[in-house]
Design a protein. Structure first.
Length: 183
């Protein structure tokens, strides 16, 4: 017996895909910055210290006096000695005026004038302690600083973006095929 037969053959379709990837590039330019700051203003106010040293007393203690001072002292001592001499002579004259009273004025005057003067001896330091005098007035320093602000002029830059979209293309590389045969 004869049985009919059906034969089928199939060729599947083949698709082709072509992909071009997307690309993006981003560039960020640096910001334009202008910073400016003037230097601070500084003022200084000073008062100088003062030191004074007075050593005139020490020089006088060592008998190293100025000519004017030496002359003044010699004149003063001479005047004092003259006054003392006048006083003694006046006293001697008064005593001699009353010689008739039997007071023994000539003998007492002779005794007084024949004695040598007595001098005091003592230890002394030359120059004397604390004869050099110092005076000190401290100085002062006043500093004032005035800061100046920063002047900031910053200009931001926009980013540069370059975008190329991707692409996908499809193509049929082989068409499908169905073949049917009967026998």
């Amino acid at each position: 017996m004869y049985v009919p037969q059906i034969r089928m053959s199939q060729v599947p379709a083949k698709l082709g895909i072509d992909i071009a990837p997307a690309s993006i590039s981003i560039q960020q330019p640096a910001a334009v910055m202008e910073l400016h700051q003037e230097g601070p203003v500084m003022t200084m106010d000073t008062t100088l210290p003062q030191l004074s040293i007075d050593q005139s007393q020490a020089w006088e203690d060592m008998n190293l006096k100025s000519a004017l001072r030496s002359i003044e002292e010699a004149a003063g001592e001479g005047y004092q000695a003259w006054l003392e001499f006048l006083g003694n002579k006046a006293q001697d004259g008064d005593e001699l005026m009353s010689i008739e009273a039997g007071s023994g004025a000539i003998a007492s005057q002779a005794e007084r004038n024949s004695q040598s003067p007595t001098y005091e001896v003592n230890i002394g330091y030359i120059p004397s302690p604390f004869s050099v005098k110092t005076y000190y007035q401290p100085g002062s320093l006043n500093i004032q600083v005035q800061n100046r602000p920063v002047q900031n002029q910053t200009t931001p830059q926009k980013p540069i973006i370059s975008y190329h979209p991707g692409r996908v293309t499809y193509s049929i590389q082989q068409h499908q095929q169905l073949t049917i045969e009967t026998t």
